[in-house]
Unconditional design. Structure first.
Length: 421
């Protein structure tokens, strides 16, 4: 900018001196052609260029020994030209500032569009992955546990009720190709004849290193659990089915796709087998809970114990939501309406009375899901009963996560909230 302004002004002064030698600055011409250069420079570069160009003219006048202050025509010529250039420069400054603002806004929108495009691509890929997972795993862990619970309730008379359901769920969800479940005999050995199998499984190898180590640790192990020590195993995954009294059976997986042996599938197997083992027997703490909380159904408390074990072993949270209805006139009506809004996978326990308490057990759902459930209920009450919030409806909500506390402590907290303990 500086060099360009200096060269143009020098060129303009030289041309003016050549055209009118007796008036080198063109102060006495009918039109001040020489000031077009500062005006154009001001429009291009702003008021700083205008000041610099006017200074160049003033310097040229001093070089030619013209007394600007004492020559009225020359002073008016210089002042008018300078003001004209400054006005053009100010206009250019405002225009440049607005242009920069628009450019900044454009750059920001471009960045936002790029970010949204990337998110859209990731969302599309995630959606495709979910579709593939849905095809491969048609049942979620919550659905599987609920289905298993209902299936076992109809087959209590069998030593291993709903075993075919267990194998079917594991096969579909974990893509098992060759697997079997073997019962544990009284001598501690596994029965050579499987209870149920999928695929053409080879004869049982009682002394397989992976099978022996998994039964010793009473935990699910796979061939990479102890690198270098279990490489000779014929099996890929071994998961003992244990209850409080000891081992009842053992799941042995001989073949499955490589990508299926991931953390999610292993956790799914461990939770399913642990939950199934809890369904096979009555939890020893259930009698204590029944004595302490006779208001609650035994099945409800048994499910709380099972989900507490899942939280301890698999770190998957479940939540209890208590709703205490205190409105004298609307309590029963609100209670029935809220019950109709319940979700299929939740377990609901109602303790009747003038001020009833509704307890909802949300299996494998954390506090975020409980918060969403309460917000949905509050919005529903606003739409149906025209009551702005839970307080106006006389509903006192409580959320309790099934964490590392004892189940008795959590149930006591919920019942105290309902003034029932």
């Amino acid at each position: 900018m500086w060099l360009e302004t200096l060269l143009l002004m020098a060129l303009g002064c030289a041309l003016q001196s050549w055209a009118t030698p007796d008036d080198p600055l063109g102060a006495h011409t009918h039109f001040p052609w020489l000031w077009l250069l500062p005006t154009l420079l001001a429009l291009r570069y702003g008021s700083v260029a205008a000041v610099f160009a006017a200074s160049c003219y003033a310097l040229a006048a001093l070089v030619q020994h013209q007394d600007i202050l004492h020559q009225h025509a020359l002073a008016s010529f210089m002042l008018g030209g300078t003001l004209q250039s400054l006005i053009a420069g100010e206009f250019a400054d405002v225009w440049h500032m607005r242009r920069q603002q628009l450019q900044s806004a454009h750059d920001y929108q471009g960045q936002r569009l790029l970010a949204l495009t990337r998110r859209h691509v990731l969302l599309r890929l995630s959606h495709e992955r979910l579709e593939q997972d849905l095809l491969l795993k048609p049942m979620t862990l919550r659905d599987a546990l609920a289905h298993l619970r209902h299936s076992i309730a109809d087959q209590r008379y069998l030593p291993f009720p709903a075993m075919d359901e267990v194998m079917q769920i594991l096969t579909q969800s974990c893509q098992l190709e060759v697997a079997a479940i073997y019962a544990t005999l009284e001598n501690g050995e596994l029965d050579a004849t499987p209870l149920i199998q999928r695929g053409e499984i080879t004869p049982l190898r009682q002394h397989d290193p992976l099978l022996r180590e998994a039964r010793k640790q009473a935990a699910l192990l796979h061939v990479q659990s102890q690198p270098g020590q279990l490489d000779d195993s014929h099996y890929r995954i071994v998961a003992p089915l244990r209850i409080e009294g000891g081992e009842r059976a053992c799941l042995i997986i001989e073949k499955l796709p490589f990508l299926s042996m991931n953390e999610e599938s292993l956790q799914f197997m461990a939770v399913m087998l642990g939950y199934y083992g809890d369904l096979l027997e009555v939890h020893p703490d259930l009698a204590v809970l029944q004595e302490s909380f006779p208001q609650l159904p035994a099945d409800f408390m048994a499910e709380v114990l099972r989900l507490s074990r899942i939280k301890r072993e698999a770190r998957i949270e479940s939540t209890l939501v208590g709703l205490h209805f205190t409105h004298a006139e609307l309590a029963q009506q609100l209670l029935q309406d809220v019950r109709r809004q319940g979700r299929d996978l939740d377990l609901v326990c109602e303790i009747p009375g003038p001020r009833p308490l509704l307890i909802t057990l949300m299996p494998l759902f954390g506090e975020a899901a409980a918060t969403g459930y309460l917000l949905r209920l509050e919005k529903h009450i606003q739409d149906i009963f025209a009551l702005p919030n839970f307080s106006e409806a006389g509903i006192r909500p409580l959320r309790c996560a099934l964490d590392d506390q004892r189940p008795a402590t959590i149930l006591e907290q919920v019942l105290r909230h309902g003034e029932l303990y």
